[in-house]
Design a protein around this ligand. Structure first.
Ligand SMILES: [Zn+2]
Ligand SMILES: [Zn+2]
Length: 306
């Protein structure tokens, strides 16, 4: 999985950071693209990251504050200019349907592709297929806000080449079939069960992408033992009281959640406009005192979980 941060600022844009959006490419080989939040200017950020709008498959909105949704109408309308845009499903809290339909209707924007909108009411498994499962849970913010946990299915195992060669099974396309776990009948009648030649499965990656929140039980449920936690850290620790008051987290809050959840890696984002890129080191230092494997996102920062 490859995660690209398209916008990393809280509330409004700065000359250094765009507002919230991040894009998950489900596998390095597939073109399946899922967008999380869509702040103003997201389509421009996608252009810079060389990501095709038309290939977006799903958009997950955490909550309806403007810095997370104002990029939606423009992005949806621009997609219509491409005749090959694939069907798109948008998930978000109650109200997302009205926001999208009203802005598209008032601006007379015609959709040329199937657009499905799913309003989320509570914690649930939102979507599951043979590659991936995505769960949502309700966070603690000033408006209803969801966080997402994405779990990749177990990855294909390696083949036991030594065993295959010992049994004189010829190298070729057959190996690919066995790797998929298929049962093959050989020309001499011998039956091979692919699973007998597996060297064990690899667990898939797990990522939690949380929306705006103060520390809460749902954050802990979503982030438990993930490979990568993307957590907001709007403020430094000195503004702890303010963070609590306005439904946000500090660097220390984010690091504590990462530590409690025993995640492998933390990336903080949704940084207040009061901090420039020159403050990155001091923001990071506060996190790393508690959770050393922390990074701070910047626009177009890409993480490859291969
Ligand atoms: Zn926000
Ligand atoms: Zn918010």
């Amino acid at each position: 999985m490859i995660l690209t941060f398209l916008g990393t600022s809280a509330g409004t844009i700065t000359t250094e950071r765009n507002v919230s959006a991040s894009l998950l490419q489900l596998t390095a080989r597939s073109n399946r693209l899922w967008l999380f939040d869509c702040g103003e200017g997201t389509q421009h950020q996608m252009l810079k990251a060389k990501i095709s709008l038309s290939k977006l498959e799903k958009i997950f909105i955490t909550h309806l504050h403007g810095d997370h949704i104002f990029g939606l109408p423009g992005l949806l309308a621009s997609r219509s200019l491409n005749q090959h845009a694939m069907p798109l499903t948008i998930y978000g809290p109650k109200g997302i349907r009205q926001f999208i339909e009203m802005t598209l209707n008032i601006s007379c924007s015609m959709m040329t592709y199937p657009l499905q909108i799913v309003e989320i009411e509570q914690a649930t498994t939102l979507y599951k297929d043979e590659q991936v499962t995505i769960y949502c849970d309700e966070l603690a913010h000033r408006v209803q806000c969801f966080g997402y946990r994405i779990e990749e299915a177990e990855r294909a195992p390696k083949l036991d080449i030594v065993k295959l060669q010992t049994e004189n099974i010829p190298v070729g396309s057959l190996y690919g079939e066995l790797k998929k776990g298929k049962i093959i009948t050989m020309p001499d009648g011998k039956i091979l069960d692919g699973k007998n030649y597996w060297l064990g499965k690899k667990p898939g990656f797990k990522i939690a992408i949380l929306g705006d929140t103060t520390p809460c039980d749902a954050s802990i449920r979503l982030a438990s033992e993930v490979d990568l936690l993307v957590h907001e850290a709007t403020f430094k620790h000195e503004l702890q009281e303010r963070a609590q008051l306005v439904g946000h987290s500090t660097t220390v809050d984010a690091a504590n959640i990462a530590k409690i959840c025993q995640v492998k890696r933390l990336i903080i984002t949704h940084i207040s406009t009061r901090y420039g890129l020159s403050d990155n080191e001091s923001l990071l230092a506060e996190c790393r005192q508690i959770f050393p494997h922390t990074d701070i996102a910047y626009d177009l920062f890409q993480v490859n979980l291969a």
